[in-house]
Design a protein around this ligand. Structure first.
Ligand code: 5AD
Ligand code: SF4
Length: 569
């Protein structure tokens, strides 16, 4: 699912006409210097949003007691989700909180009393889509106010990263908005919504140092889905200079391993066959409530961080170990990761567990050491390439994906060429490619100039896409004749065929309805693992012949687990 979303986004991005990146060339240099000197840092946003200085207090409702029973306000909520997989999971957390308070959910706009829009702020393009949606919702609200149902007015709530970025300004700019709730204030939503009943607007954009929603069991929007997301951590401490996330999602904090493992167990009992562990940076996970299992691992040579390495606690390798042991037939994926946090212990667990997908996201962002330095990524091109070689040596059948940005501040043609050459060297199975979009509050906004013109960003983006498509088709062609383990999701809407995903999350379609299973035969159903021989390869879909219903254990046993490299040509 997440790749579909991202692939769609990619396809759209490739058609972007002009990215109106905010150019600061016209800011007088003295003012710019002042801005740099006096501009806000991360601490400012955390402390101010935690009430330490100049607090952004959630609006209090003096006449509502804390223990108000909201179940009397049975209202129908319509959810809209934009952005990353974290947002998909967050809306399930929101739904869990609201459902408990007696709210209902609808998928029909006309039935809705409340529209909650989970937003993304990562690029201007992402926000533009949301403004467009808000235009539509404003019209809807106006029509409702003039209709027979005028006694039950529509409420609009903006949640997530854009809410956090714009705060009260959202209400000033978009008068139709009633509620603004940042990523750490979803528990407060019933109260915020109750406040709007008296015609007021309600804002809570507090960021927290410890909110992980660990005790909120997300209610899946699609109960039939064979896969689910689990957030294992929130926030980000990396402070890459281009990125708004540390400002919208706050400091990094991990959820206790025990609660993650519990959730995996519950999902397995509900028949879910695949979970994706989510976080901005999952491989820096630390459950600090637990004593350390392993000694502290140093970062690999050539990698550094802007923050102090975390000490003690259970680490990502331990979590992967625990999560993958819950049910050997439950597939485990994880995203997003940072290249600095792939110690051998993590690679070891991935390589030895058949149920952990051998697909690693190693977001390079650029192939030029100079650009990487300006981006404050904490590694050079050479260190990144060494890591890729090391990962491929430890997990020979591994697939790799990346995120790349073109047109970052000051990027020259030569520096961009280095990105192309890195993509050429690494052989990515999947790549998410973005033209740079300057975001206020980031270090790049304060420090650099967004000086690559839009038409050059667009041209570079097209050239990256072209190279990626060419290389990816070559990789996929090599799969023809190989047998893949595919988790069946259902019927593909486009082709009417059965559709599932292989380990690399690539879509695989096949026609067979009935297959050998054990000693007999039976019809294929969602949630089955089937072995599929690949007959034809496209860029984003493989077509094949399904051979039998199988299991993760059986599939790899048949191939000889130790010889699983045989999977590849
Ligand atoms: N402009 C363009 N792309 C960005 N990303 C993050 N911030 C920006 C930005 N300002 C990309 C990075 C990140 C992915 C989720 O989005 O590649 O890994
Ligand atoms: Fe967008 Fe980043 Fe927020 Fe996800 S975390 S919604 S990608 S800004």
């Amino acid at each position: 699912m997440w790749l579909i979303h991202r692939a769609k986004r990619l396809a759209k991005l490739s058609n972007v006409n002009s990215l109106k990146a905010r150019c600061k060339c016209d800011v007088p240099s003295t003012r710019l210097k002042d801005k740099i000197k006096n501009g806000p840092d991360l601490k400012y946003f955390i402390t101010s949003s935690n009430g330490i200085s100049e607090p952004v207090e959630p609006t209090r409702i003096p006449y509502l007691p804390d223990n108000i029973n909201f179940s009397t306000a049975r209202r129908k909520v319509y959810f809209d989700v934009y952005g990353c997989q974290m947002n998909l999971n967050d809306i399930e957390i929101v739904w869990s909180i609201l459902k408990k308070e007696g709210f209902e959910r609808t998928e029909i706009e006309e039935e809705a009393d409340i529209f909650l829009v989970m937003t993304c702020a990562i690029r201007e393009g992402a926000e533009n889509k949301i403004w467009y949606r808000l235009d539509h919702l404003r019209g809807f609200k106006r029509r409702r106010a003039n209709s027979k149902k005028k006694d039950s007015p529509v409420k609009i709530g903006i949640l997530g990263c854009m809410a956090e970025r714009l705060k009260e300004k959202l209400i000033e700019k978009e008068k139709a908005v009633d509620v603004v709730a940042g990523p750490d204030s979803y528990r407060d939503l019933p109260r915020l919504l109750a406040q709007t009943d008296s015609g007021q607007t309600a804002v809570n954009v507090l960021l927290s140092l410890d909110e992980t929603y660990a005790d909120v069991v997300p209610v899946r929007l699609n109960q039939d889905s064979v896969s689910a997301f689990i957030s294992i951590m929130r926030g980000c401490d990396n402070m890459c200079t281009y990125c708004i996330v540390p400002f919208t999602r706050g400091r990094e904090r991990s959820r206790a391993a025990a609660s993650v493992v519990d959730e995996v167990r519950q999902l397995a009992e509900q028949g879910v066959r695949e979970v994706t562990l989510l976080g901005q940076n999952v491989n820096s996970y630390r459950d600090v409530t637990q004593p350390a299992n392993l000694t502290h691992t140093k970062l690999a040579e050539g990698f550094k961080t802007v923050y102090k390495s975390k000490k003690g606690g259970l680490r990502f390798a331990d979590l992967l170990d625990q999560v993958s042991s819950v049910d050997p037939e439950m597939r485990i994926r994880f995203t997003a990761a940072h290249p600095k946090d792939f110690p051998d212990e993590v690679l070891q667990v991935i390589s030895e567990r058949p149920n952990i997908c051998k697909m690693l996201h190693l977001p390079a962002q650029s192939g030029s050491s100079a650009v990487l330095e300006r981006m404050r990524r904490g590694y050079t091109r050479e260190a990144y390439l060494r890591l890729v070689d090391h990962v491929k040596a430890r997990i020979p059948e591994v697939g790799l994906s990346t995120d790349m940005i073109c047109g970052f501040c000051g990027e020259t043609e030569n520096e961009f060429q280095e990105t192309l050459s890195l993509m050429d060297l690494v052989d990515y199975n999947v790549a998410f490619l973005f033209p740079y979009s300057m975001r206020e509050k980031t270090a790049a906004f304060r420090r650099y100039t967004d000086d690559v013109p839009d038409h050059i960003k667009k041209d570079r983006h097209n050239r990256m896409m072209e190279l990626y498509r060419k290389k990816c088709q070559i990789l996929n062609d090599k799969e023809v004749g190989n047998t893949h383990l595919v988790l069946v999701e259902g019927i593909d809407k486009k082709t009417g065929r059965f559709m599932g995903r292989n380990e690399f999350y690539l879509k695989v379609v096949f026609d067979e309805v009935e297959l050998p299973c054990g000693e007999g035969r039976r019809e294929v159903k969602p949630g089955d693992y089937v072995s599929v021989r690949i007959d034809e390869a496209r860029l984003s879909v493989l077509k094949g012949t399904a051979l039998r219903v199988t299991s993760i254990g059986e599939f790899y046993r048949d191939l000889g687990w130790a010889d699983r490299k045989l999977l590849r040509n």
